[in-house]
Design a protein around this ligand. Structure first.
Ligand SMILES: Nc1ncnc2c1ncn2[C@@H]1O[C@H](COP(=O)(O)OP(=O)(O)OP(=O)(O)O)[C@@H](O)[C@H]1O
Ligand SMILES: [Mg+2]
Length: 510
C-alpha cells in the first residue's frame, strides 16, 4: 500500500469567524470549514469575543474540514495558525478559563490609559522601541486594562497564576494540551510586534515598556520565529501533528501573496484593510503614519520587517449597512445597490467608528455621512460606503510610496485579497483612484495559505520559499480608466469629509 497523500492544515482565527483549511503542495484548497462567533458590544466603542467559544469553534472547524475531505491526522504533516491580531485574552493557567472576554483590536476602552501614557513623552513615546504609536489598537494596554478591571487579577498575575496572549497563543496553548497537559505558551514575532511590548531589534519583550504600561512579564508568552515546531497537538484533534507556523493574519496574507522581496506589497480587504510593504531586514520608520512591524521570521533566519497601513473599518462598514441599517441582506448585494445610482451623488461616508487609523491616527474622530441632500438615497450611501474603502486605501498608498521607493521602488501595481475583492465595482474604482493596476491572485485564501506555508516550510513539506513564488498566479487585473481630474476632485472632497469628522470626541461624548 502506498503512503497516503499528505497536506498541511491552517487555522485562520479571524475577527468574525474561525476557519480551517487543508492545502496541498500547489497551495490548492482541498477542504475548508468555517464558523462565525458572536461579536459582543457591551457599550459604545467596546468589542469583545468569548475566547472559549472561539476555541470550541477551532476544534469544530478542524474536524469539519478533515471530515469533508475524508482525512485524518495521518494525512496532515503540519498545522499553521494565523489570527486576528492584537485581540487579547488573559486566562487561568490551571483550568484554562479566561478571566474576562477577549478584548478585540477595534475596542477603544484603553483610551484613558493611552492618554495617561502619552502625557509623559507623547504618542510616539514607545515608537523607537516598538515601531508603534500609542493607540487603543495594540495588545499591551489591553492586558493592563483587564488586570486593572477584574477583581484580584493583578495579584493573581504577579503570583504566576494567569497567562496572557493574543489569539494565536490562546489557540496554540489549547491545541497543545491546555491546563491539564501543560500547553505551550508561545507567540510568534509578528504577533508580539503588535503588543507595543516587544523591541523590534532584539525581538524580545522590553522590560521598561512592560513596566510603564503595567504588564507583568511572567504573564507573557515566549517569543519564537514564525516558522518552527512549537509543539504537537494533544489527543482530541489532530493527535501528535506538529504545529509549526504562526503569523498574524496580515503578515500571513503578505507571505501567502509571495511578497518576499523588499518593495513588494499587498492590500487585504476584510473587516478592515491592511496594506503591508516588505522592507527586508531593514527597520524603516515612517513619519507619515505607517506602523513598523515584523513581516515574518523563518526559523533561525533574520527577521524580515514591513511597513503597514492599517484601516479599521472597510468590510465591516458593509456589514453595518446590512446589520444596523438593514439596507442589504448579504454583503455581495451592496454591489447591486451601489450600482443602482450613477455616482455617489455628492455623498461621502467617513467610517471613523473606532477613530481613524492610518495614516491619520485620530482617536477623536467619529463616523459621519456628509454631503446629504434630498436627492440622496440608499444607493448613494451604499456607493459612498464602498468608495470610502478605496479612498482610505489611497491615503495609505500615498503615505507608503515614498518609503517604497527606499525599499525597492515605487509600487506600480497592488496585489489584493480578502472578502471584498469579490466586488468588481470596488476593485475597478480602486484602480481608478490609485492610478495603478490592482491584481487578484488565483488562490484568494492568502491568509490561511501564508500560515500553511510557514508550517509546511518548517517540516520540509515545502523545500524553500521558491515554491511559494512558483505557486502564485494572477487571476484578474483592473487598470485605471477614470479621468484623472475627476479622480482628483473626488479625492479632494474625501479629504474635506475627513476634516469634518475630527475633534468630535470630547468630554461630552461618551
Ligand atoms: N461582495 C462584497 N462586497 C463588499 N464587501 C464584501 C463583499 N463580500 C464580502 N464583503 C466584506 O468582506 C468582509 C469579509 O472578508 P474576509 O472574510 O476577508 O474578512 P476578514 O477580515 O478576514 O474576517 P475575519 O477578520 O473574521 O478573518 C466582510 O466585512 C464583508 O462585509
Ligand atoms: Mg481574516
Amino acid at each position: 500500500m502506498s503512503a497516503p497523500k499528505t497536506y498541511v492544515l491552517a487555522i485562520d482565527q479571524g475577527t468574525t469567524s474561525t476557519r480551517a483549511m487543508v492545502f496541498d503542495r500547489d497551495g490548492t484548497v482541498i477542504a475548508s470549514d468555517q464558523i462565525e462567533h458572536e461579536q459582543i458590544f457591551p457599550r459604545a466603542g467596546w468589542v469583545e469575543h468569548d475566547a472559549l467559544e472561539i476555541w470550541d469553534n477551532t476544534r469544530r472547524v478542524i474536524g469539519g474540514a478533515l471530515g469533508k475531505a475524508n482525512l485524518n491526522s495521518g494525512h496532515i504533516e503540519a498545522v499553521g495558525i494565523t489570527n486576528q491580531r492584537e485581540t487579547t485574552v488573559v486566562w487561568d493557567k490551571a483550568d484554562g478559563r479566561p478571566i474576562h472576554h477577549a478584548v478585540v483590536w477595534q475596542d477603544t476602552r484603553t483610551q484613558g490609559l493611552v492618554d495617561e501614557l502619552a502625557r509623559d513623552g507623547g504618542l510616539d513615546r514607545f515608537k523607537e522601541v516598538s515601531g508603534l504609536p500609542l493607540a487603543t489598537y495594540f495588545a499591551g494596554p489591553k492586558i493592563a486594562w483587564i488586570l486593572d478591571h477584574v477583581e484580584g487579577a493583578r495579584e493573581r498575575a504577579e503570583a504566576g497564576e494567569l497567562l496572557a496572549g493574543t489569539m494565536d497563543t490562546w489557540v496554540l496553548w489549547n491545541l497543545t494540551g491546555g491546563g491539564e497537559n501543560a500547553g505551550v505558551h508561545v507567540t510568534d514575532v509578528t504577533n508580539a510586534s503588535r503588543t507595543m511590548l516587544m523591541d523590534l531589534k532584539t525581538l524580545s519583550w522590553d522590560e521598561a515598556t512592560c513596566e510603564a504600561i503595567g504588564v507583568p512579564m511572567q504573564l507573557l508568552p515566549e517569543i519564537r520565529s514564525s516558522s518552527e515546531v512549537y509543539g504537537e497537538c494533544k489527543p482530541g484533534v489532530l493527535n501528535g501533528t506538529p504545529i509549526a507556523g504562526i503569523l498574524g493574519d496580515q503578515q500571513s496574507a503578505t507571505f501567502g501573496q509571495a511578497c518576499l522581496t523588499p518593495g513588494s506589497a499587498k492590500n487585504t480587504y476584510g473587516t478592515g484593510n491592511f496594506m503591508l510593504l516588505n522592507t527586508g531586514s531593514e527597520i524603516v520608520t515612517s513619519d507619515k503614519g505607517l506602523l513598523t512591524t515584523v513581516c515574518y521570521q523563518l526559523g533561525e533566519e533574520p527577521a524580515v520587517y514591513a511597513l503597514e497601513g492599517s484601516i479599521a473599518v472597510t468590510g465591516s462598514l458593509i456589514q453595518w449597512l446590512r446589520d444596523n441599517l438593514g439596507f442589504i441582506k448579504g454583503a455581495p448585494e451592496v454591489e447591486q445597490l451601489a450600482g443602482s445610482v450613477e455616482d455617489n451623488g455628492g455623498v461621502y461616508f467617513v467610517p471613523a467608528f473606532s477613530g481613524l487609523f492610518a495614516p491619520h491616527w485620530r482617536p477623536d474622530a467619529r463616523g459621519a455621512i456628509l454631503g446629504l441632500t434630498r436627492f440622496a438615497n440608499k444607493g448613494h450611501i451604499a456607493r459612498a460606503a464602498l468608495e470610502s474603502t478605496a479612498y482610505q486605501t489611497k491615503d495609505v498608498l500615498d503615505a507608503m510610496q515614498e518609503d517604497a521607493e527606499r525599499a525597492g521602488g515605487r509600487l506600480t501595481e497592488l496585489k489584493v485579497d480578502g472578502g471584498m475583492v469579490a466586488n468588481d465595482t470596488l476593485m475597478q474604482f480602486q484602480a481608478d483612484v490609485l492610478g495603478v493596476d490592482v491584481v487578484r491572485p488565483k488562490i484568494a485564501e492568502t491568509t490561511a495559505l501564508g500560515a500553511a506555508y510557514a508550517a509546511g516550510l518548517a517540516v520540509g513539506y515545502w523545500g524553500s520559499t521558491d515554491e511559494i513564488v512558483d505557486n502564485w498566479a494572477e487571476d484578474q487585473r483592473w487598470s485605471p480608466s477614470m479621468d484623472e481630474d475627476e479622480v482628483a476632485r473626488l479625492h479632494r472632497n474625501w479629504t474635506k469629509a475627513i476634516s469634518k469628522t475630527l475633534d468630535w470626541v470630547d468630554e461630552d461624548v461618551v
